[in-house]
Design a protein. Sequence first.
Length: 108
Amino acid sequence: MSEEATSVSDDKFEEEVLRAELPVLIDFWAVWCAPCKMIEPALANLAQDYKDQIKFMKMNIDENMKTPSRYGIRSIPTLLLFKNGELKETLVGAVPQDKIENVIVKHI
C-alpha cells in the first residue's frame, strides 16, 4: 500500500485500532490478491488527503488470521472503518475511490 498506511498485526490490533484516538480505516489484503493491488492507488491518495483526520492501516490476512476471523473477513480486499473502538463501516471488493471517501467523510 502507501507509505502512509501502517501495517498492523493481530497482537497490536486492539492497541493500534480499537484504542486509536482517530478513526481507523484498515485494509485486509494479501500479496497474491489482484483486486487488493487495484485499490492501492485510491487508498494512497486518500491517506494523503486525510492524513491528519484518520489512520490508514493494513493487515495481511496470510500473516494474521485471528482478527480477520473475528470480523468475518471472507473476501479481500475488505476495508473496515473503526471509530472509538467500534466497527462503523465495511466495504468489500475493489471499490472506487469516491465510495471509500464517502465512508471516510461520514466519520471524521
